[in-house]
Design a protein around this ligand. Structure first.
Ligand SMILES: NC(=O)c1ccc[n+]([C@@H]2O[C@H](COP(=O)([O-])OP(=O)(O)OC[C@H]3O[C@@H](n4cnc5c(N)ncnc54)[C@H](OP(=O)(O)O)[C@@H]3O)[C@@H](O)[C@H]2O)c1
Length: 330
């Protein structure tokens, strides 16, 4: 297959390179694209150096089968026509097309069949916080319909890209040296702090990230489930964590839920309080699964369960999910 990575220099783009290196897709030819900032830079792939090409409105995608795109919403909107017009399938990590009716929004463990109908040759990769949550929710939905979800997220710096990771490292070094920290990527200093603000605020005082968790979950799960989210940026480098409370149509016991999670594709249960065993971002970083633990009754509701969910959002929340979508076409 002839594959392109658009946004190769970014946090997600670099993860695509790592995943393709492992042979997850049968790559005959790989082409890298970027903006003028990274065009000309080289990255190693299978013993060769690949040079990043400038993304432009030309015929560079004529022979491409699948374009793995992670260059932000503006570039996705601007270049979608250029990327798809010769038949390439665009798997897009940005939020540009996620809620459009003729663009499937796919998590392969949950709704792989939706990928079959992509009339615009675009398939959207959901928001990272939503992906890990729906992989876990789907396990319970299979045994009882989920009516309501309340979720608080603990989102790592890398969710905002490579420069946000750099900023967090720099802030720690600056503070250790007694200097003023440089603040650019987030509204406030992230080092030694929590910021209850991910993406921009909307008219109802939720942020766009929080509304994505409602709207995208309903679209992926083909469900009327209601989701109320509070999204928080935390000074963790990589992997998002989520505290999730669900209300199901019938009461689901902890044992039933644990068995459902254990049987669900993509989920690994780490839940043994006696041995302090529960998922943590430090150990989920760089890993593929969605980890679930701290499974227990919600003390406020007879039909309620609560659990803790951690996944590497650059991997399962972005690059891995997109490559899994591509594999549906191999
Ligand atoms: N980070 C995550 O955890 C995560 C998770 C899910 C989804 N996403 C989404 O994935 C996308 C990329 O995120 P990221 O975290 O990888 O960001 P990033 O580290 O800031 O990287 C952005 C990438 O986009 C490229 N780019 C920007 N404008 C471009 C243009 N006009 N033409 C070509 N390339 C362009 C950049 O290339 P240059 O270096 O050449 O500018 C860079 O490679 C975003 O839409 C983001 O919302 C990210």
């Amino acid at each position: 297959m002839k594959i392109a990575i658009v946004g190769a220099s970014g946090a997600v783009g670099q993860e695509f390179l790592k995943l393709l290196e492992t042979g997850m897709l049968p790559v005959d030819e790989l082409t890298l694209f970027g903006s003028p900032r990274s065009a000309g830079r080289t990255y190693p792939f299978r013993g060769r150096e690949l040079t990043v090409r400038l993304l432009q409105h030309n015929d560079d995608f004529r022979n491409i089968d699948i374009a793995l795109v992670s260059a932000g919403g503006t570039a996705s909107r601007e270049f979608a026509e250029t990327i798809t017009r010769h038949g390439a399938l665009m798997i897009d990590n940005s939020s540009a097309f996620r809620m459009e009716a003729d663009v499937p929004l796919v998590v392969p463990e949950v709704n792989p069949e939706d990928a079959r109908n992509a009339p615009r040759r675009i398939i959207a990769n959901p928001n990272c916080t939503t992906i890990q949550m729906v992989v876990a929710l789907a396990a319970i939905e299979r045994i009882s319909h989920i009516r309501k979800v309340r979720v608080a997220t603990y989102q790592s710096a890398s969710g905002a890209g490579a420069s946000a990771m750099e900023e967090l490292t720099t802030q720690h070094a600056q503070l250790a040296a007694g200097a003023e920290p440089t603040v650019g990527k987030f509204a406030y200093q992230l080092a030694y702090n929590l910021i209850p603000h991910v993406d921009v605020f909307t008219e109802n005082d939720y942020t766009r990230e929080e509304m994505k968790m409602l709207n995208e979950t309903q679209k992926i799960m083909h469900s009327d489930v209601l989701v109320s989210a509070t999204c928080v940026r935390v000074p963790v480098m990589r992997a998002h964590s989520e505290s999730i409370w669900i209300e199901t149509e019938r009461p689901v016991s902890v044992e039933e839920a644990r068995a459902a999670f254990a049987a669900a594709p993509g989920v690994v249960v780490q839940d043994d309080p006696a041995f302090n065993r529960y998922p943590m971002p430090l150990f989920a970083a760089g890993q593929d699964p969605v980890y679930v633990g701290r499974i227990r009754r919600d003390l406020t509701s007879p039909n309620g369960l609560t659990f803790w969910c951690v996944a590497d959002q650059i991997r399962k929340g972005a690059a891995l999910n997109a490559v899994q979508i591509a594999r549906l076409f191999v």
